[in-house]
Design a protein around this ligand. Structure first.
Ligand code: AFP
Length: 380
């Protein structure tokens, strides 16, 4: 590790501390003025109004407000593309594979362009990092803010051709001033190194995490570290409207969402856990759990936080770290799960505590109701 990189690494740990302190300080010291309480949004509040309210209440700055509204715009554009995909020849493969060796669908590529374009155009993002890109990319034109945005523009895209739910997932971090690339003096390798350092932050540093589900409704769910809020797209006005005020995941729930086809490759402990669900789980002798699996993380996760239960993508003998990516799938979903009163775990530790070693790192992932995730952990 070079001296400059170590400085970045140290700076990022410092960022983590200040972010946590800021969060703690905010909730400890900020009183809610009466005028704010009167303005506070609830069900029916448009997403753009809600963002402005968060800014007025100093939960976010003006720069982050711009980034959030640009993500809302990207989600609307992708929702529209997904709805018309079958009619406009946008189903099927693009003919390329991404760095992880996965076939890219046409809509994967288009959705990635949509996300990258809106984020660049805000001028408030310093680094953007996508599932579909080999490495995180520095944005040359920043005129304020320097947010780091990690995202999976279209997760579950193997479902697209059958018109089954898909979704976008994102996480937003603060970048550190010592890790901001200098286009005037630094070469491409140095800039890339700084971008990777900026992106490889633990989920504990997340300022915002969210997803948008493209299904029978288009629903955008996000957290800024103080509760979880859901907004449903009203197609008649083209705006997300708050439909889920302060989502809380039920403490337990008898629905499990795993790709059980991998059972033979699981550890004995995990097999035992899975078998136990069929005879009542923690309360043996009661009714068996129900299996629900879409194969689209956003859809399976959304159902899990609303109805309760557990979603899991474990490691197995072929892929010890499972399939899901830490930075733009597991960490953002864990932040949301925790903010809704649930959990996000690798089976052995809290996902938000995992410090990424590389950009496309995978981790085993279990999330949902607290009691269900704790019960799973007791077998691991
Ligand atoms: P695709 O984007 O290739 O459809 O992968 C979706 C995904 O990353 C996640 O959304 C699913 O939960 C998981 O993979 C499904 O994987 P399996 O098909 O192996 O169950």
């Amino acid at each position: 590790m070079s001296a400059a990189t170590s400085a970045c690494a140290r700076a990022i740990v410092a960022t983590k501390k200040t972010t946590a302190a800021r969060r703690a300080g905010k909730s400890a010291t900020r009183a809610t003025p009466r005028s704010v309480a009167a303005r506070a949004g609830g069900a029916g509040t448009p997403f753009t109004t809600w963002i402005l309210q968060q800014e007025m209440e100093e939960k976010i700055d003006g720069e982050l407000a711009v980034v959030l509204s640009s993500i809302g715009l990207a989600c609307k554009q992708i929702a529209s593309l997904v709805q018309r995909a079958g009619l406009q020849g946008m189903t099927g493969l693009a003919g390329e594979t991404n760095v992880q060796g996965e076939d890219q669908k046409k809509l994967d590529v288009i959705s990635n362009d949509v996300f990258c374009d809106v984020l660049r155009q805000t001028g408030r993002t310093g680094v953007i990092a996508s599932e579909e890109e080999d490495v995180p990319v520095a944005v040359e034109e920043t005129f304020g803010g320097n947010y780091v945005v990690v995202f999976d523009p279209l997760d579950g895209s193997s479902n697209i051709d059958a018109a089954v739910s898909t979704g976008s997932i994102w996480g937003i971090y603060e970048s550190d001033s010592t890790c901001i690339p200098d286009f005037g003096t630094e070469d491409a390798a140095k800039i890339e190194e700084k971008c990777v350092m900026n992106v490889c932050q633990p989920g504990n540093n997340l300022l915002c995490a969210g997803y948008c589900m493209y299904s029978s409704s288009t629903i955008l769910v996000l957290t800024l570290g103080e509760g979880v809020y859901g907004f449903t797209l009203d197609p008649t006005v083209g705006e997300f409207i708050m439909s889920h005020d302060n989502i809380k995941v039920p403490e337990s729930g008898k629905i499990y969402s795993f790709n059980e086809g991998n059972y033979d490759m699981w550890t004995p402990g995990l097999k035992k856990y899975m078998d136990s669900l069929k005879t009542g789980g923690a309360e043996q002798g009661t009714k068996p759990y129900s299996a629900r699996y879409i194969g689209s993380l956003v859809g399976d996760f959304h159902r899990t936080i609303l109805y309760g239960g557990i979603y899991g993508y474990p490691g197995d003998s072929k892929n010890p770290n499972g399939k899901l990516r830490l930075l733009y799938e597991c960490a953002p979903m864990s932040f949301i799960a925790e903010q809704a009163g649930g959990m996000g775990s690798t089976g052995k530790e809290r996902v938000l505590d995992v410090v990424p070693e590389k950009f496309h790192q995978r981790v085993p992932f279990f999330t949902g109701s607290k009691k269900e995730v704790q019960y799973l952990e007791s077998f691991m």
